[in-house]
Write a protein that binds this ligand. Structure first.
Ligand code: BES
Ligand code: MN
Ligand code: ZN
Length: 494
């Protein structure tokens, strides 16, 4: 979907569908709708009355007038307007326009309660995310698609803010869609090598620096934990390091340096501790953290935040074979910590351990945020819509929670209870990679914490929200691209 801006009124713009918002319980039609109503000889009002349209948040209705479709999205009570209400209204409205066969959609900047910049961003994010589809493997591609979205803003004083918001919304949504595409792609077509290729392509297109380490180079770096996971796979592992520098060149120590680490297990069979068929079914999604990091890195040059950002991915499959790591084996991470593999299915933390060491030692990051589909326990604790946040720094955790709230991506902090560290005790090594069942998300967090050392660090467990089994307001079944918008919000709020 192409996105453009027009400094016209909704009734003047050329489009085969127009989208306008309506607050609940308001007698008077807002300006855009009122004009459409007049131009249609009062049809808009008649339809809304005949249908007793309540304009609840999420509700949509439509009519045909003057040869085009008029879509009206309910915004709920004005006083309860949030960016998320506007995103969902835009998503539902754009889907309705699409389902009615519209190719070109014009939309007003919905609502009037938040700053125009924020509303414009929500509108574009919602329209793009709400009409996302993954068609790569279908013979028959969906024939109904909105090819163009024109954001209409008649007030010239707002043009600047609206343009800004539209640009942000488009960038956020495209980054999210890239992450979704990568996660939706079957593991067969998205190996660690493919993932690294995507990183190299992004670097070329977006002027990021990139370095990809192969197995031998990772061995030289001492990444024994990561390579232990890769040992069973016929696909070679890759360690990816992308760098975004403001202004295009490294600024030395003057700027804050943030490392984003994404879990990049392109398929998690469990290894020798093989998963059940049901448990394995969705495990192409186990690189959703890496996909989010790639989406984010690709978007940074367009957003130009004044911080240096490093994207790190230890990409591998987790497979059983004659060369696979065995339960009971001891691995040595890059910082020298030895790890007894109590369970080969707790592989994510092994790959992340070395990526965190790299962020601390090689990148010398001021701050690290990792994103990982790490534990089924986090899904049990918080359900399928909410990410778990753990951190060794309260201020960093607070900033991430605020960013998640603004992005409309639910996120809840779990406590890193020190006493539970004894759950990770090993008879033979410094650490065991698994503990008892209870508090599994926290145990995993405590394990990772060991590798962040004194560096400020936060961990997002997105095992629940990375994939959806049913259509959501902003995402159809499948990958959601979770954490992309939260972290872009976070990085651009610095
Ligand atoms: N990728 C999984 C996490 C996962 C499991 C996500 C189930 C969604 C549903 C991870 O690598 C894993 O297998 N974790 C194990 C850890 C356990 C062996 C300590 C889990 O959560 O069952
Ligand atoms: Mn696993
Ligand atoms: Zn996994």
């Amino acid at each position: 979907m192409k996105v453009a801006i027009a400094s016209k009124r909704l009734d003047e713009v050329v489009a085969d569908a127009v989208l306008a918002g309506l607050y609940a319980d308001e007698k008077k039609l807002p300006d855009g709708l009122a004009r459409l109503d007049r131009a249609s000889g009062g049809q808009v009002r008649r339809v809304l009355e005949a249908e007793q349209f309540k304009a609840k948040a999420g509700q949509v209705t439509h009519l045909h007038a003057n040869g085009r479709r008029i879509v009206v999205a309910g915004l709920g009570p004005r006083a309860e307007t949030t960016a998320e209400v506007l995103r969902r209204a835009a998503a539902a409205g754009a889907r309705r326009a699409r389902d009615l066969g519209a190719r070109a959609l014009a939309a007003e900047v919905l609502g009037d309660r938040l700053p125009a910049r924020q509303r414009a961003q929500a509108l574009v994010e919602g329209a793009l995310l709400g009409t996302y589809g993954f068609e790569r493997y279908r013979r028959e591609k969906a024939e109904r698609a909105v090819g163009a979205l024109t954001v209409v803003e008649p007030d010239a004083r707002r043009a600047r803010d609206v343009a800004d918001g539209v640009h942000r919304g488009e960038t956020f949504a495209r980054a999210t869609a890239l992450a979704r595409d990568l996660v939706n792609t079957p593991a067969k077509d998205l190996s660690p090598t493919d993932l690294a290729r995507v990183a190299v392509r992004l670097a070329k297109e977006q002027r990021l620096a990139v370095r990809v380490y192969d197995r031998a180079e990772c061995r030289r770096l001492g990444m024994g934990a990561f390579l232990g996971v890769a040992a069973g796979s016929a696909e070679p592992p890759k360690f990816v390091h992308l760098t975004y520098s403001p202004g295009g060149r490294p600024a030395g120590r003057a700027r804050k340096r943030i490392a984003l680490v994404g879990k990049g297990v392109t398929f998690d069979s469990g290894g020798l501790d093989l998963k059940t068929s049901e448990g394995m079914l969705r495990m192409k999604y186990d690189m959703a953290g890496a996909a989010a990091v790639l989406g984010i890195m690709g978007a940074l040059p367009a957003l130009r935040p004044p911080v240096e950002v490093h994207g790190l991915i230890a990409a591998t499959e987790n497979m059983p074979s004659g060369s696979a790591t065995r339960p009971g084996d001891v691995l040595r991470a890059m910082n020298g910590t030895t790890i007894e593999v109590g369970n080969t299915d707790a592989e994510g933390r092994l790959t992340l351990a070395d990526a965190l060491c790299y962020a601390v030692r090689r990148v010398e990051a001021d701050e690290i945020v990792d994103v990982a589909t790490l534990t089924g326990a986090c899904v049990v604790a918080l359900g399928p819509l909410c990410a778990g946040l753990m951190a060794n720094d309260a201020a960093l955790a607070g900033r991430l929670l605020r960013a998640a709230e603004a992005a409309g991506e639910p996120c809840w902090q779990l406590p890193l209870i020190d006493e539970y560290k004894e759950h990770l005790k090993s008879e033979v090594a410094d650490l065991n990679n698994v503990g008892p069942r209870g508090g599994g998300a926290i145990t995993a967090g405590l394990f990772l914490k060991e590798f962040a050392g004194a560096t400020r660090w936060a961990h997002l467990d997105v095992a629940g929200p990375a994939f959806t089994e049913k259509d959501l307001p902003l995402a159809p079944k499948g990958a959601t691209g979770v954490a992309v918008r939260t972290l872009l919000t976070y990085l651009t709020a610095e």
